[in-house]
Design a protein around this ligand. Structure first.
Ligand code: PMP
Length: 384
């Protein structure tokens, strides 16, 4: 017979305990992340511009490495991702001991929350900062403080103003998804200078490789100089390995040590590690992809503006476009209209940006298609 250690709780008719096992408080208050759609009813050529994936796919070397990994499917991966950390360290000039790899940078963001947030703590992010931060923090019983932005750009003073004595983590995507806006190195330093040293500043540089502005710094310099800064990176964007789920972080030894203690022992597959090494080794591919993005983004920006649409200047591989609040032209309607014609873009309701659609910069033919369709939809304006 099992003897209860304490008296059983009194149940009321609406007590959820009577409904069976319940997750920890707060979990059911989380709205699950909804990724970009990938299917449409259209039966012709479909263009997916909804998830900021690589316009040029992956490096052929990465594809070959992935195929070769089929030879060792029965074997567990290297739990320490040694070769991959060494390759990242070589390319970025970092110490491999201060790196950790994860199943996407999403996993690393989750590990940071699991490692540093407990019930009643909070994390800070900007109003339209990447939503995974909030989901990961809430899953750990934390609250999320959203700091107002200025013109859809993170505001350092507002972020600092959102910090209180229970803040443990502050997340900043730089450039940010979905806005595409970014902060220069001196602004990030000012943000760091305003934080207590028991708060971790997480610089999410998922789109760093698309940047070409001298005032930008992805975060490594700040990590090197301080004990409370972590930079996260991904192979899902310019490296084109989204399907493999591969990301990494560079951080102070004490934080990397904590994350290593709580991660799964084999959290990154052999296929992902092998493809990651080859992808990192092919920097010519990265340059080609960046050049494609820079020129295509400029064309898209100009043509969309020419249609009379308001477009947020973006440093990433996507553009956030505002649609008029008029019947037939609203973001939701345009989204559905494009879907019916085989073009998938992203609605922004989850970010509270209901008037906006986010359009990834894709291969040239996909970009032309969405631009031509939008020109058909907004014919009144003079397109250049
Ligand atoms: N950070 C930002 C800002 C992102 O946009 C994304 C992907 N949408 C991620 C992190 C997560 O990337 P992954 O888990 O694929 O590495």
């Amino acid at each position: 017979m099992v003897v209860p250690l304490s008296p059983p709780p009194l149940l009321s008719t609406d007590d959820p305990v009577s409904a069976g096992p319940m997750p920890r408080p707060g979990v059911l208050a989380i709205d699950p992340y909804v990724g970009g759609k990938s299917k449409t009813v259209f039966d012709g050529q479909v263009y997916k511009l909804s998830s900021n994936e690589s316009a040029l796919g992956a490096s052929p070397h990465a594809v070959d490495a992935y195929r070769s990994a089929a030879d060792t499917l029965a074997l567990y991966p290297d739990g320490g991702a040694t070769a991959l950390r060494e390759k990242i360290a070589e390319i970025h000039g970092l110490d491999p001991a201060h790196l950790i790899c994860g199943a996407g940078s999403d996993e690393i963001l989750q590990l940071l929350c699991r490692g540093y947030l407990t019930d009643g703590d909070n994390s800070v992010q900007s109003a339209h900062g990447f939503l995974v931060y909030a989901l990961a923090a809430k899953a750990c019983g934390a609250e999320v403080h959203f700091a107002p932005e200025t013109d859809l750009r993170a505001d350092v003073d507002a972020l600092l103003g959102a910090v209180d004595d229970r803040t443990r983590l502050i997340f900043l995507a730089n450039p940010n998804n979905p806005t595409g806006t970014w902060l220069p190195a001196h602004e990030i330093e000012r943000l760091h200078d305003g934080l207590r040293n028991d708060i971790i500043l997480v610089l999410d540089a998922a789109y760093a490789e698309y940047m070409d502005d001298k005032a930008y710094e992805a975060g490594a310099a700040l990590v090197k100089a301080h004990d409370n800064v972590v930079m996260t990176r991904t192979f899902s964007k310019i490296y084109g390995l989204g399907a493999l789920r591969l990301g990494w972080a560079y951080g102070p030894p004490a934080i990397i040590d904590a994350l290593n203690r709580i991660r799964g022992p084999f959290n990154v597959s052999t296929a992902a590690q092998s493809a990651g090494v080859a992808a990192m080794g092919d920097q010519a591919f990265v340059r080609e992809n960046r050049a494609h993005n820079t020129s295509e983004r400029a064309i898209m920006f100009q043509r969309l503006q020419g249609l009379g649409l308001s477009v947020v200047p973006s440093a990433g591989n996507f553009l956030l476009v505002r649609f008029p609040d008029e019947v037939g032209s609203r973001a939701q309607e345009v989204h559905a209209w494009l879907m019916e014609r085989g073009v998938i873009v992203r609605t922004m309701d989850a970010y509270g940006l209901t008037d906006y659609l986010r359009i990834s910069v894709g291969p040239s033919d996909a970009n032309r298609r969405v631009l031509d369709l939008l020109t058909e939809k907004f014919p009144g304006e003079s397109a250049p």
